[in-house]
Design a binder for this molecule. Structure first.
Ligand code: ADP
Length: 170
């Protein structure tokens, strides 16, 4: 099994231990992949998100939290918040890398072996897709170099543009 794999499709269909959600800081759901995950997973995911909100008041950009995956085939959803791409570009790049890295840290803490990522921040948060793909791949590869827990990371691309960018980079 390759440590890194690329798939074109819908992340809600993945049978990995965890799927990652490109959430927003409120953790209350939104559009894009966030909406798709909450729709397909059912209300158990939102209930867990609300518990986390009550405990820590949402999720800061670049951080990650974990919930049940409800009715999804995955066991867990790791919700991370990517940066909105405006203002200081260098800072946004560091925050995007944090979102990938902190999701992997949460995965390891929860004995997750297989994890699927969407293309965080490349939808309504408008991060340039090429740069986002480079950061995603570099951050995941660097993490896997020093980790013995994760068996496989899937990059799940929903749109053709991201898919072909990842194909070239991987
Ligand atoms: P963000 O707010 O982080 O930009 P979006 O959900 O708007 O989040 O977009 C992030 C990426 O998720 C986009 O590249 C979009 O094509 C992709 N996406 C949307 N729906 C799905 C899905 N069901 N599975 C996987 N990726 C998806």
């Amino acid at each position: 099994m390759d440590k890194i794999a690329l798939i074109k499709g819908d992340i809600t269909k993945m049978h990995t231990d965890a799927i990652v959600n490109a959430a927003n800081s409120s953790l209350l759901g939104g559009g894009g992949v966030d909406g798709a995950i909450h729709r397909a997973g059912g209300k158990a995911i939102l209930e867990d998100c609300i518990k986390i909100r009550n405990r820590q008041g949402g999720c800061p950009t670049g951080e990650a939290v974990i919930t049940t995956a409800g009715n999804l085939p995955a066991k867990y959803v790791i919700h991370t918040v990517g940066p909105v791409y405006n203002g200081d570009k260098k800072e946004k790049e560091l925050l995007l890398a944090n979102a990938y890295r902190n999701s992997l840290i949460v995965a390891v803490e929860n004995s997750i072996k297989t994890i699927a990522f969407p293309n965080i921040s490349t939808g309504v948060y408008h991060f340039p897709k090429q740069r986002a793909a480079e950061i995603a791949i570099t951050t995941v590869k660097d993490f896997l170099k020093n980790d013995a827990h994760i068996d496989q990371v899937l990059f799940v691309c929903f749109d053709e543009e991201n898919y072909s960018l990842y194909q070239t980079l991987l």
